[in-house]
Design a binder for this molecule. Structure first.
Ligand SMILES: C[S@@+](CC[C@H](N)C(=O)[O-])C[C@H]1O[C@@H](n2cnc3c(N)ncnc32)[C@H](O)[C@@H]1O
Length: 267
């Protein structure tokens, strides 16, 4: 299976308008973080910065970091009270610079780490910015995440003559893999959980809309003149997988998210 490089550039306005649920679903991870006044907290892959801003209301000093300039532009405009720094979280030097070399009490990441193929580099970088006892609190895609919608996208690729076997550049670890990785990098794992989360799309959105926002390497090479046909194909395959009928009986489409949540303390 071919793995295409991840050159994703985010549509920041579209993300907030239709896919704000990603941020909203991050509430459990904020509860696990339990930010305290005066703490220094780094949010990696902060996107448009809404969670960073929410954490800052606890009195913590928050620095949001992201590798996408367009996402940070929205974050800075909407949350001028928070510091945002452009940084690739896989780059230990960049992470330390974002934290101004000072040690952090906690690092948070929601819905971002599975976009980072070099998981070991991310965790090693986090270990380098956390004080001993400092915590890493994450929700990301876990094993089995978005399997049905990915299969629908691959089916639609095949229908228009593209390679259906292309691998995504996402990383969806098992709980065991991620726990072992954390221990290798000097963390004590306090909690690791794999959670099935049926995730409704915004009213009017279908599988093809999700694919356009998040499909990354699975959709990037679809030629413009085949786009409409491809979108129709995604929805045909997604319907066959039942993604147009919400399991909770409410109207609308849903995506088969599986989240990996973990809390680890730096030794
Ligand atoms: C789905 S968004 C989540 C944003 C935010 N945490 C939220 O909950 O709404 C994923 C974010 O991860 C960022 N990202 C992906 N790879 C990254 C990397 N290597 N370093 C830093 N940020 C990255 C993307 O730019 C994007 O803003």
């Amino acid at each position: 299976m071919r793995t295409a490089p991840n050159n994703k550039v985010w549509d920041a306005a579209g993300y907030d308008a239709s896919f704000g649920f990603v941020t909203a679903y991050g509430a459990p991870v904020l509860d696990l973080l339990a930010a305290q006044p005066g703490e220094k907290i780094l949010d990696i892959g902060c996107g448009t910065g809404h969670q960073a801003a929410w954490i800052a209301t606890s009195g913590a000093h928050v620095i949001g970091t992201d590798s996408d300039a367009a996402m940070l532009e929205v974050a800075r405009r909407e949350h001028p009270e928070v510091t945002f720094v452009l940084a690739d979280a896989q780059d230990r030097v960049a992470l330390r610079a974002a934290a101004s070399d000072a040690v952090c009490d906690a690092v948070l990441s929601n819905a971002a780490m599975h976009w980072m193929p070099r998981q070991d580099d991310v965790i090693a970088g986090v270990a380098a910015v956390l004080r001993p006892g400092g915590r890493l609190v994450v929700e990301m895609g876990g094993v089995g995440n978005v399997e049905a919608i990915s299969a629908a996208i691959r089916g639609a690729r095949g229908d228009i003559g593209l390679d259906a076997d292309v691998a995504s550049s996402w990383t969806f670890p098992t709980p065991g893999e991620q726990a072992a990785r954390l221990e290798r990098h000097g963390f004590t794992v306090r909690l690791v959980q794999l959670v099935d989360r049926m995730t409704p799309l915004a009213p009017g959105d279908s599988g093809a809309d999700w694919a356009r926002m998040f499909g990354a390497v699975l959709v990037d090479d679809v030629p413009d003149d085949r786009r409409a046909e491809f979108d129709t194909g995604v929805d045909v395959h997604a319907r066959a997988a039942g993604l147009d009928v919400r399991p909770d009986g409410e109207p609308g489409w849903w995506i088969d998210y599986v989240r990996l949540r973990f809390v680890a303390a730096r030794i």
